[in-house]
Design a protein around this ligand. Structure first.
Ligand code: ADP
Length: 309
């Protein structure tokens, strides 16, 4: 499918609301559930009406922080946006919202309208991050569980995403309450991309993340082994610093797709710090090409190919 057709597909979704949608697989029953209050029912319908206008929803997960989850989310979203798709990027990594920095949007704040919160726009992309709510970048977010759940729900319900081809969600790390409520709220999810690093200790986290997805019935689109070897900026040779292959082995053992390995590349760290997406600004580098191959596999999986075939 080319860009024009993709846009037409998204346009046709424009008129789709919970009242007009004829999708028999949609989980939005218009009936109030027995155990649901009127407010809860209204909130559920509001959430579903938003999500119903988004064709594909992909969550990026990791067993722990610092493995490159936000890097993958940013570059996946940017690659799709550059190919003409309408993309939303939602950063709900509550304790470490790094997406505003990675996209050079640190000084942006969120505006509200009668219809909800307006995401920050960049290229073809609408970006929303918990980071936009912080008055000072150095502020720590000390919120108790219910508040975190509330803000995740608000970002899904109250943000004016409009019609999107893809929503990419940078989830909080781990397998606790926050990723859990995220996966439960975004129903149905196309699936999860799991990011890990090569060491065997990291593989334990992958196992947990995969089990988590199975428990919450979220398809695993695949595992990415990030920081897999180091690319010499002078000669381009890749040196294995950490024992490689943990992510691949675990993906094979647990019978989920292994999407590929991304080496440690100084360009990735530099572009993140400079607020420029690596896949866009270092497009001709071998690492960006590897990244693009991984992204192509994600968007070509069964669940997402509808839009791309
Ligand atoms: P997470 O979201 O898992 O906490 P980030 O994506 O924020 O991790 O990455 C942590 C840091 O590592 C960032 O500074 C990022 O630029 C850097 N980084 C991520 N992947 C790579 C890589 N393959 N090569 C070099 N630096 C990387």
């Amino acid at each position: 499918m080319d860009v024009k057709e993709a846009k037409t597909g998204a346009d046709s979704a424009k008129s789709k609301t919970c009242d007009t949608c004829g999708d028999s697989s949609c989980s939005a029953t218009k009936q109030q559930k027995k155990d649901e209050s009127t407010e809860e029912y209204a909130a559920r319908i509001r959430l579903l009406s938003r999500l119903c206008r988004i064709n594909h929803k992909i969550v990026v997960l990791s067993g722990k922080g610092g493995v490159g989850k936000s890097t993958v989310a940013v570059n996946l979203a940017m690659s799709l946006a550059l190919s003409g798709k309408r993309v939303g990027l939602l950063d709900v990594d509550i304790h470490g919202p790094s997406i505003p920095t990675m996209l050079g949007l640190e000084n942006k704040t969120i505006e509200g309208t009668a219809g909800g919160l307006l995401p920050v726009e960049l290229e073809n992309m609408k970006v929303m991050s918990i980071g936009f709510l912080l008055q000072n970048q150095d502020d720590a977010i000390i919120w108790r569980g219910p508040m975190k759940m509330g803000v995740i729900k608000q970002f899904l319900t109250d943000v004016e995403w409009g019609d999107l081809d893809y929503l990419i969600v940078d989830a909080p790390p781990g397998t606790g309450d926050e990723p859990l409520s995220l996966c439960q709220l975004i129903d149905p999810l196309d699936g999860a991309v799991i990011v890990t690093t090569p060491q065997r200790v990291a593989a334990v986290d992958v196992r947990k993340s995969i089990s988590f997805c199975r428990q919450v019935h979220v398809p695993v689109l695949g595992v990415i082994e990030n920081m897999s070897g180091f690319v010499c900026p002078k000669c381009g040779e890749i040196t294995q610093i950490l024992p490689a292959g943990g992510g691949r082995k675990m993906a094979t053992d647990m019978k989920v797709p292994f999407l590929g390995a991304i080496p440690m590349d100084p360009g990735i760290a530099k572009s993140g710090d400079e607020g420029r997406a690596f896949i866009q600004h270092y497009a001709s580098s071998p690492t960006a090409k590897l990244m693009q191959e991984i992204i192509n596999q994600i968007t070509a999986t069964d669940k997402t190919k509808k839009l791309n075939s």
